[in-house]
Design a protein around this ligand. Sequence first.
Ligand code: SF4
Length: 287
Amino acid sequence: MEKNDPPKRVIINFTKKCVLNCKWCYVPFDQKDISEERLISVIERVSELGFSSVTFGGGDPFQFRGLAPAIIKAKELGLFVHVDTHAITLSKSKENSYLIDNYVDLIGLPLDGSTDKVHDLMRGRIGHYDLIIDKISWLRNHEVLIKLNTMISSVNEFDLVNLGELVQRIQPDRWSIYQYWAVGPAVKALSNHMLEKDAFLESIRRLNCKAIDGVVVEINSSESRRGTYPILNHLGDVHFHHEYPINEFQYVGSIFEREISSKMDDLCSGERKQAVSRYYTTNKLVN
Ligand code: SF4
């Protein structure tokens, strides 16, 4: 692997469970309980190791009642806070509004089709498209950058141009388009969702990203993501995408191990250039 900079961000996945069951999901769910104290310790350790950004990711962070203290701790430690959510458990409460306005820099929501038919098929849940559109409009009244995340596979690639027109109307701050990536549990979706890199890039060419005004569009082929950041679970176990076999995760160790920093540096090829600007566009200051 080509060496570059050490990793600057981590993703922390809540691997206990998720209420959605996206067939192409790469998160290895394990039913392990989540504790607020442990999660705070993981955040403190991430900061101590010199990371500058943390992404709270799926299963859904808002399923966990102790999320707010963890987010607040991350912000107090000066980390850029990014939260990805399927938005089902993101209630429109005053508490969530306060948390998002004051402690979250970037929030990501999925949008995998230009219609309910396409999106709900990708997410395996009727009504999810309508829920996402509703939550986007709620989030627009908050002090947070909004990122839409689209997973493109052979099932929805025909819809990408229409989706681009919808994104143009929604005007999020950023649109991240990901090629389906057969890694970890996502391998089981290979027969239905496989999309070769050339076909993915051809879809992107038809989309014509330059015609989408006012939105930063980020194109992520599956290989561009390999080895660019450590993936933690809520207990602090660190994984990287394996170089070989290419469809597996590699367990690196616990974030609390003394040598974990050098192990991660050895495996990381540095942030991919498409994603760099995500984490430096804003950073809310804590009073
Ligand atoms: S992709 Fe996200 S929303 Fe879907 S099952 Fe995985 S964690 Fe849940």
